[in-house]
Every structure is written in structure tokens, then in C-alpha cells.
Design a protein around this ligand. Structure first.
Ligand SMILES: Nc1ncnc2c1ncn2[C@@H]1O[C@H](COP(=O)(O)OP(=O)(O)O)[C@@H](O)[C@H]1O
Ligand SMILES: [Mg+2]
Length: 436
């Protein structure tokens, strides 16, 4: 017979193995770093200008970042910070190299589906990396207690109060006090104020906005991380919800993000857990665009269908149940998305079943379906425990063609994603009359 102690022992063995893999992956120093990028990549994939033109511009102005020449070879390599400086300072054919950024706050995109293993994290990671390479400032929020995105961004030691769960606890304190203050006599309030909440919740209530944001090895990507221990959040959240019946528990992250200055980020990417619960509802209520990845199998089609139904039902219930409380809590119900897009992932163009599933998805979802699927690529599949994106992998470690094919698949998906985001952003900007 075996019990929870066996599970904990197995967990301990596995953790020590994990630490060994981490040492090997991030050595030296167990720190994930971002590689530099070559002139070939910058000119072809980022600036879209001929390499010789870029070389000439660099030679003409020695005050521009000049990158570093590798020891063996003549190729020049640039850090992302250098590339962004070039973007700010160079023009090509009279045009800026900076990406277009409408006014207003950052656009928020939730990558969500309740099927595990469909490629949510890979999609969220690659969209974030592609956007950062495109010159945007990105905040990632890892809503998934499995913390795959957090690990892939190089963070390993994350505490519970630094996660979305912490944001929810802090929000409960703030909302509890706001609601109490709406009564002339606080004693008339039927709900607790923050000093009547559990002590661990109260201590998180004192955290500041910036305390939840951590930097990553990408200079222009920050993250609100998750941690494996956060699995208990669903438990705890249900308890807190019972403690305070007027708490709009699904609006915590939306309210939190409203505290950030409009101009701090351009894009906020949410990686969601494979379940509909407190965390994923917060993601749904905070996002502008819902991006739903699905693999090309029958069962993935079934579970995507049921995900859409269950999320729709949950949101309808909330809209009804909280209609009277939302407005004062800073929320508009029913929640509206600026767009909902379905994206096929792990697609093999030579596989007739995948082709058939893509046709079926296109028939059903029509224009809501992304045109370009994310292809199944060995470069991603074999990227190791800490899941290096195609963008992070050095093309010299495989054949250049293999790398280029993988990268182009993600680039096409990103180009489509960017068009969706910019459309939504322009809509938002025109509704606020262009005011930021
Ligand atoms: N386009 C892809 N090509 C190859 N492998 C992929 C691709 N997308 C996802 N995978 C692999 O499938 C597994 C599940 O992907 P992941 O993004 O973690 O799914 P989810 O977040 O939906 O659970 C991972 O091992 C990942 O490396
Ligand atoms: Mg995931």
C-alpha cells in the first residue's frame, strides 16, 4: 500500500533530477540568457532590409551599436537591446523601423483552451518572443500553476505570493475595504473588511503593483510568474470567495492591470491553465482578445468545442449573478472581447488527418479561424526541459533550412496575430477618441 508520503518522496526525487537538468541547461550559473542575433537574422527577419544596406549604415555611423564580432568567424552579433537602439535611430527609405503602436493601454491577449498539451504555452511563448523581436514591450502572465511558461522564461524560484494568486489575495483586501467604505457605518457592512481576512491574505494585501512583475532574460519581456505550489489556488480561491460574497473574484487581474501606466507595455500575453477555474476566468475577464489554440485531432476538436461552451456558460452565469456589483467594482458586464480567434497548432501539412481536421475547423469557425496554423516542428519538440523557443535557438545548432522553416511558421502566425492585435487596438483607440 502507498500513500501521500510516497507521492512526496517521488516528488522529492524528481525535483533533485530537475535541478540537475537545470544545471546542465543553464550552465554556467544556472541562469538562462538570451543569445545575440546575427546581421543575417536582423536584416532578413526583423528589419526587412538588405544585409549590405544595414552593414553600410553601421559603417557610416560608428556611434551606432556595432555588435560583437565572434572569435572564430566574421559575423557580427547584436543583443536585443542593441537591436532596439538601432530601431530607434535608423530609418530605411524614410520609414521608421519601430513597430506601429496605437495610443492607449497595452493590448491583452489570453491564450486559452482547457485541453492540456495543445500547445498553449508554446504559442504564448512564441508570440511573446516574436513581439519582443519586433520591437514591442511585452508582459507575460503565467496563469497556469504548472508554470511551464515561467520556467521557459528562466525563472525557477517563485513564491506563491508573487503569482496571480497573490494578485487575487491583494485584490480581495482592497475590494473588501472598498465595499466596507460604501457603508455610512462600517458595522452595517455584511461582509468582512481586510483586517478580518486570514493573516496570510492580509500580508499580501500590502504588496505594491510592481511587486508582482519580474524581469526575464529578454530585456523587453517581463513576467508575472506562476509556481508549481500554486496548484492550491483553486482551493484557496474558493474559500476566499465564500468569505466575501460580494467579491467579484473574476475581475482581480483586470483591476490589477488597470493600475499599470498605459505606456509601460505594448502587449500583455496570458498563458492559461488547462481548466476553467478562478485563474482562467480572471484571464478571460482581463483580456481583449481570446486566442484559442487547438491541435489537429478529433479529441482536440471535441474538447475545444466543449471549452467554448463551458467558458460561454461560466461567463453568462457571472454576468447574471454579478450584474449589480460589477460596475462599482470597475467591471463591465457582460464582458466583451474585441476578437476571438482559433489557431491550429502542431499541424503537419503532409498528414491527411490534419488536413481534414483543418478543413473541418475552417468549415465550423470560418473567419474566426487563423489562416496560418503553427506547424509541428522538431526544433520545438526537442527544445529540452526549459523549452527554448525557435527564436532563442541558435540556427547554427541545426541546419539553417530546418531552423528557417520552423521560424517562418511561427513568423506567419505572428504576422496574423499582429494584424488582429493592431485592428483591435485601432478600434479601442477610436472609441476613446484617440485619447490615451
Ligand atoms: N508546434 C510544435 N511543434 C512541436 N512540438 C510542439 C509544438 N507545440 C507544442 N509542442 C510540444 O507539445 C507539448 C505540449 O505543448 P504545450 O505548449 O506545453 O501545451 P499546453 O500549454 O497546451 O499544455 C510540449 O512538449 C511542446 O514542446
Ligand atoms: Mg501550458
Amino acid at each position: 500500500m502507498r500513500d501521500h508520503r510516497d507521492l512526496l518522496k517521488m516528488n522529492e526525487r524528481s525535483l533533485s533530477q530537475q535541478a540537475a537538468v537545470r544545471r546542465a541547461t543553464f550552465s554556467p550559473g544556472e541562469v538562462k540568457t538570451l543569445r545575440p542575433f546575427s546581421i543575417w537574422e536582423i536584416s532578413q527577419f526583423m528589419f526587412d532590409i538588405p544585409a549590405d544596406t544595414l552593414r553600410k549604415k553601421l559603417a557610416d555611423d560608428p556611434s551606432l551599436p556595432q555588435g560583437t564580432v565572434e572569435e572564430e568567424g566574421r559575423q557580427r552579433w547584436f543583443t536585443l537591446a542593441e537591436i532596439n537602439e538601432l530601431r530607434r535611430r535608423l530609418r530605411f527609405r524614410g520609414k521608421t523601423l519601430l513597430p506601429r503602436r496605437p495610443k492607449g493601454r497595452a493590448m491583452r491577449v489570453a491564450v486559452s483552451n482547457f485541453k492540456g498539451g495543445v500547445g498553449k504555452t508554446v504559442v504564448a511563448q512564441h508570440l511573446a518572443h516574436a513581439a519582443a523581436l519586433d520591437g514591442y514591450r511585452v508582459l507575460c502572465i503565467d496563469f497556469d500553476p504548472q508554470a511551464t511558461l515561467t520556467h521557459s522564461m528562466g525563472l525557477v524560484e517563485v513564491r506563491e505570493w508573487e503569482t496571480v494568486w497573490g494578485i487575487m489575495c491583494r485584490d480581495l483586501c482592497r475590494e473588501a475595504d472598498r465595499i466596507t467604505a460604501t457603508y455610512d457605518d462600517p458595522d452595517d457592512c455584511p461582509h468582512p473588511s481586510s483586517d478580518e481576512l486570514p493573516e496570510d491574505v492580509q500580508s499580501i494585501g500590502a504588496q505594491r503593483t510592481g511587486d508582482f512583475i519580474q524581469s526575464t532574460c529578454w530585456p523587453t519581456i517581463d513576467i508575472i510568474p506562476s509556481c508549481a505550489n500554486a496548484a492550491f489556488v483553486e482551493f484557496a480561491s474558493a474559500q476566499y470567495r465564500a468569505l466575501h460574497k460580494a467579491w467579484t473574484f473574476f475581475g482581480c487581474v483586470d483591476r490589477y492591470l488597470a493600475e499599470l501606466p498605459d505606456d509601460q507595455y505594448d502587449l500583455i500575453v496570458f498563458d492559461c491553465p488547462p481548466a476553467i477555474g478562478y485563474q482562467s476566468l480572471n484571464a478571460a475577464f482581463a483580456c481583449d482578445i481570446l486566442y484559442v489554440p487547438s491541435g489537429p485531432g478529433y479529441w482536440e476538436y471535441d474538447s475545444t468545442t466543449s471549452y467554448l461552451g463551458q467558458l460561454g456558460d461560466a461567463m453568462a452565469d457571472i454576468s447574471e449573478g454579478f450584474a449589480g456589483l460589477a460596475e462599482e467594482a470597475g467591471l463591465h458586464l457582460p464582458k466583451t472581447f474585441r476578437d476571438v480567434r482559433l489557431l491550429m497548432t502542431r499541424f503537419e501539412s503532409g498528414n491527411p488527418l490534419h488536413q481534414a481536421m483543418q478543413d473541418a475547423f475552417a468549415n465550423v469557425f470560418g473567419a474566426d479561424m487563423c489562416t496560418h496554423p503553427i506547424e509541428m516542428t522538431r526544433a520545438v519538440e526537442q527544445s529540452g526541459r526549459f523549452q527554448m523557443s525557435v527564436y532563442e535557438q541558435d540556427y547554427r545548432q541545426m541546419t539553417r533550412e530546418t531552423w528557417k522553416r520552423a521560424r517562418q511558421s511561427f513568423d506567419r502566425a505572428y504576422a496574423e496575430f499582429k494584424a488582429t492585435v493592431l485592428d483591435a487596438w485601432d478600434q479601442a483607440d477610436s472609441q476613446t477618441g484617440g485619447a490615451s
